[in-house]
Design a protein around this ligand. Structure first.
Ligand SMILES: *Cc1c(COP(=O)(O)O)cnc(C)c1O
Length: 476
């Protein structure tokens, strides 16, 4: 070992000394002494390794390096990771940002059933065990015209459960145009193979005909699967078999026709340009035996996966052991029931996701104007003249793999620096604010999309900007 490395190692402060640093105590309180110690050790290990491999400057103060890195690491571990943020991206169903915000009524219900005990699986009439799904099954069936329904953890789980319960060791026919990947690890071929079903692909990427399905049916066929191509669109020479044709054919052969609808609209969007998305009721009405869909996409509820359709099939699914493994928690059920009742009462406009899709452009424009003016005021109050703020038209998106390639026209506030502070840097600083703000970037300008802002978010954006500008010079 070279002398300077040896010297560097010798100047690493001992643990006892590090633990006595004045900033450590509150963190020790928060995390416990052992955890703080192990974080210091992790930092020291890294620094030793870097020193051995010549990856650190040996002429700097070891104490400073240790302290700086340890402080940042320990502070990070002491702050909650799952935090509320401001979604100013204009992507309504943003999977990374938690998909659908819940309305106050739904939150109240969550608190109410979770604070104490509840009738989760208890029948008050009988005084005996009840059914966990009973709270929502009737509501859901009534709304979509299904004989029976079941909810599980999420839609991926719903698809997996249906296939495992109805098609294990049997064949499932699916069009090559519908072998989709829905972000992350959800790929139709993988789910099929994991469920124990054998996938039989038919047709081509752009065209699948009814005769392709007909030719593929054998004694081993259990199910025809239709998948909503949620997140992409093929243009040009294309053909697919309608759900109606497929359902009619399946019935004539005594096989099950299932459709994974992805989003699952409970009522028509009433949004221009988004009106050809099928509702759940429509799919069942034309004869599809079983549908699956998410609760937290366009429906606007908590994370949940719905399975609905023919009673006999739903009962078989309910009795599969996997149903128990995928069951839904009381907090989710409570919130979901409230959301369904809001639809029932004609109050879907008060569901945040639905409201954000339906909001009038004029309203977005007025709100963008107001945000722009507030930011202008803030900048002048802080005596910052090197920024440019203006209201701009935006292209917002539905997100969540719904309505591919179709944008919603909206409004936003654009902020840019003419003193060389890039939009990326500005964006990173806003992400580091006490309440982080996630915005989009276009042509080196930061854009706050109004559509996805919740009540009070404009104020949070101003707070985050104030923090950003007053921490450091703000202008570089
Ligand atoms: C989103 C989606 C899924 C997955 O649903 P999760 O609720 O995210 O599990 C499955 N299929 C389709 C067609 C989807 O759009």
């Amino acid at each position: 070992m070279k002398d300077e490395v040896r010297f560097f190692f010798r100047s690493i402060p001992p643990m006892e000394e590090l633990l006595r640093l004045s900033w450590v105590e509150p963190f020790e309180h928060e995390l416990g002494r052992d955890a703080v110690k192990s974080l210091f050790n992790a930092v020291l290990d890294d620094i030793r390794n870097e020193a051995r491999n010549g990856k650190i400057r040996l002429d700097l103060s070891v104490r400073d390096i240790v302290e700086r890195r340890a402080h940042s690491l320990i502070r990070q571990k002491a702050t909650s990771n799952l935090r509320a943020i401001v979604n100013a991206t204009g992507v309504v169903v943003h999977t990374n940002l938690g998909r659908s915000p819940l309305p106050p009524e739904a939150l109240d219900a969550v608190v109410n059933v979770s604070r104490g005990y509840s009738t989760l699986e208890y029948s008050l009439e009988e005084g005996t065990r009840g059914e966990r799904n009973a709270h929502i099954e009737w509501l859901l069936c009534n709304m979509i015209g299904a004989e029976a329904a079941l909810v599980v953890n999420n839609n991926a789980g719903a698809v997996l459960l249906v296939l495992a319960a109805l098609a294990r060791d049997k064949e499932v026919i699916v069009s090559r145009g519908e072998l989709v990947e829905i972000g992350g690890a959800f790929r139709i071929p993988d789910i099929l193979s994991f469920s124990g079903a054998r996938m039989v692909e038919v047709g081509c990427t752009n065209c699948t005909h009814l005769r392709d399905y007909k030719d593929a049916v054998t004694d081993e066929t259990a199910l025809l699967l239709k998948v909503h191509p949620s997140n992409f669109r093929i243009d040009g020479f294309t053909e697919s078999v309608s759900r109606e044709e497929l359902a009619t054919f399946a019935r004539s052969r005594g096989i099950v026709c299932m459709e994974d609808l992805g989003s699952g609209l409970l009522e028509a969007t009433r949004v221009q340009g988004l009106d050809d998305e099928p509702t759940v009721a429509k799919s069942l009405e034309v004869g599809v035996d079983l549908v699956t869909f998410s609760g937290d996409k366009l429906l606007g509820g908590p994370q949940i996966g719905c399975i609905a359709g023919k009673r006999e099939l739903v009962e078989r699914i309910r009795n599969n052991p996997l149903a128990r493994a995928l069951r839904v928690d009381k907090m989710t059920l409570a919130a979901f029931e409230v959301i369904l009742r809001m639809y029932r009462r004609g109050r879907s406009d008060a569901i945040p996701t639905v409201r954000m899709l339906r909001v009038e452009r004029k309203e977005l424009e007025v709100r963008a104007q107001m945000l722009t003016e507030s930011i202008v005021l803030l900048l002048s109050e802080l005596d910052l003249s090197s920024f440019c703020v203006q209201s701009v038209e935006t292209e917002d998106t539905v997100g969540g793999g719904a309505f591919p390639a179709r944008n919603l026209r909206g409004w936003g506030t654009a902020l840019s620096s003419n003193a060389g502070l890039s939009a990326e840097r500005l964006s990173a600083r806003l992400r580091a604010a006490s309440i982080p703000v996630i915005a989009s970037i276009r042509e080196n300008r930061l854009i706050f999309h109004i559509r996805t802002l919740q009540e009070g978010d404009e104020g949070r954006i101003l707070d985050a900007l104030r923090e950003t500008f007053t921490r450091g010079t703000g202008e570089n």
